[in-house]
Ligand binder design. Structure first.
Ligand SMILES: Cc1cc2nc3c(=O)[nH]c(=O)nc-3n(C[C@H](O)[C@H](O)[C@H](O)COP(=O)(O)OP(=O)(O)OC[C@H]3O[C@@H](n4cnc5c(N)ncnc54)[C@H](O)[C@@H]3O)c2cc1C
Length: 422
């Protein structure tokens, strides 16, 4: 394989795929490096996909992509520990105005997405973790080094490595995660026979329902949860700011159990069977904690920008949009023969700022109240913890959850609390 490309993309999540696809379609020679063994490895959770973000990349994705159900109704609940208040009809409308959203299962979806990149000519290499950036003496990024010592060079390096962003952080291009800027999301995939699912949720064909819940699961503990209908399964999940779960003494699976035991949720899940469990960190900082987005020879997009806002379930939308805009920026500069200097790459910031995506993020300014509580969690450990992708509900999984929590906390008081968790 050649060792010089016009662009290198680190990561094969939605952001990296969007960037690589955009650049390859414009004729650029693109290398994509992904540490996972294969597309979608470790992404078993169900998710909501907002059609316009993907449509801008793959206009006929409805025909090609492995979609589960089309969301025709979104229910919004405000949770109280033993009750719920149903909200007004969401902006997307009810059954009359069909919302353009779908449920997907991440594994099959990412496998399909990756296949479209191959068709477009992207050279995607899996099981290829990037260990670091190669830089000139003046700091300009000119390539990447892989874990096995391989070196690849490019005019532009697009960093789409997700919330963990080890490469970006180790290169000193962004700060460690802040506790305020990270939420934990615990999800389960539960099998429910198709006919029973459709009877229970009142849907038929490929129609589906998304339930978004937020409020207090425990007195004083704010969470947001969801139940999404897939073809023959339900995606159930709950999330909260990391410092809250540490303070609550709950393990991630106990948090999920609380949500599943809520009277409003329990009846919907009756007789369903757990297929998979996962717990992951998500950026929750919104626009306010946005790190540097570009520099000489590099850009960052997706969760690596730390833009997320789980309350809006928009991570994949933001990733697809910022990945596409990063790709378009590189293409435009190449076309005009401009070098990938920070000054020229600032076009990326302009594109982001013109996009509806950033306007939405600017409205999301979470955490002011958490900040005042001065979390004791160590930010460095939070970053490590994002490696903890925990699955399985057995004893082994439970130990892993404890490990995840141990990584999350730095203070001895909190460590003691975690060690005391059953
Ligand atoms: C449980 C859960 C449910 C979610 N539900 C929704 C939802 O309903 N709707 C929604 O819009 N969003 C949802 N999100 C958020 C969404 O999944 C993320 O925002 C989105 O995946 C971010 O995409 P990304 O490409 O930036 O990062 P990622 O998807 O994290 O991809 C980053 C990729 O980079 C790879 N990588 C990391 N480091 C390296 C390295 N050093 N070398 C090579 N490769 C590397 C990783 O293996 C990974 O494949 C959910 C997230 C979770 C965890």
């Amino acid at each position: 394989m050649a060792d010089h490309f016009e662009a290198i993309v680190v990561g094969a999540g939605p952001a990296g795929n969007a960037a690589a696809l955009t650049m390859a379609r414009a004729g650029l020679d693109v290398l994509q490096l992904e540490r996972a063994e294969f597309p979608g490895a470790g992404s078993t959770e169900g998710s909501l996909l907002w059609a316009p973000a993907l449509e801008k990349l793959i206009f006929d994705f409805r025909i090609q992509a492995p979609l589960e159900r089309r969301i025709v109704e979104q229910r919004v609940w405000r949770l109280q520990p033993q009750a719920r208040i149903s909200g007004p009809e969401p902006a997307y409308g009810g059954r009359a105005a069909l919302p353009d959203r779908y449920t997907i299962l991440r594994g099959p979806f990412e496998t399909w997405f990756s296949s479209t990149l191959k068709t477009a000519g992207v050279r995607s290499v899996f099981a290829a973790p990037v260990a670091g950036l190669i830089r000139e003496d003046d700091g300009r990024v000119i390539g990447v080094q892989t874990g096995d010592g391989g070196e690849f060079f490019a005019d532009a390096v697009v960093l789409a490595e997700g919330v963990e962003s080890l490469v970006t952080r180790h290169a000193g291009l962004r700060d460690d995660l802040q506790p305020l800027g990270v939420a934990i999301r615990v999800t389960e995939l539960r099998r429910l026979p198709r006919l029973e699912l459709e009877r229970r949720f009142g849907v038929e064909g490929d129609d589906g329902i998304a339930i978004e819940a937020c409020g207090e699961l425990l007195p004083g503990m704010s969470c947001s949860g969801f139940v999404y209908t897939n073809r023959e399964s339900l995606s159930v999940g709950v999330g909260c700011v990391v410092e809250d779960i540490v303070a609550s003494n709950l393990t991630p699976s106990e948090l999920l159990d609380r949500f599943k035991q809520h009277p409003s949720v329990k009846s919907l899940l009756a007789d369903s069977e757990a297929l998979d469990f996962s717990a992951r960190l998500l950026p929750e900082g919104g626009y306010r904690v946005r790190p540097r987005l570009f520099g000489d020879g590099w850009l960052t997009c997706g969760d690596a920008m730390q833009p997320g806002s789980p309350a809006h379930r928009t991570g994949a939308t933001l990733a697809l949009t910022s990945g596409r805009l990063a790709g378009e920026t590189v293409v435009e500069l190449m076309r005009h023969g401009r070098p990938m200097t920070a000054r020229h790459l600032s076009l990326y910031r302009d594109k982001l700022e013109r996009s509806a995506m950033l306007k939405m993020l600017q409205r999301h300014q979470p955490g002011a109240e958490q900040e005042q509580r001065n979390p004791a969690a160590d930010p460095g450990r939070l970053a490590q913890a994002s490696r903890g992708f925990v699955r399985a509900g057995d004893e082994n999984g439970r130990n892993l959850q404890r490990l995840l929590l141990r990584r999350l906390v730095g203070g001895s008081r909190l460590r003691k609390a975690v060690d005391g968790l059953a």
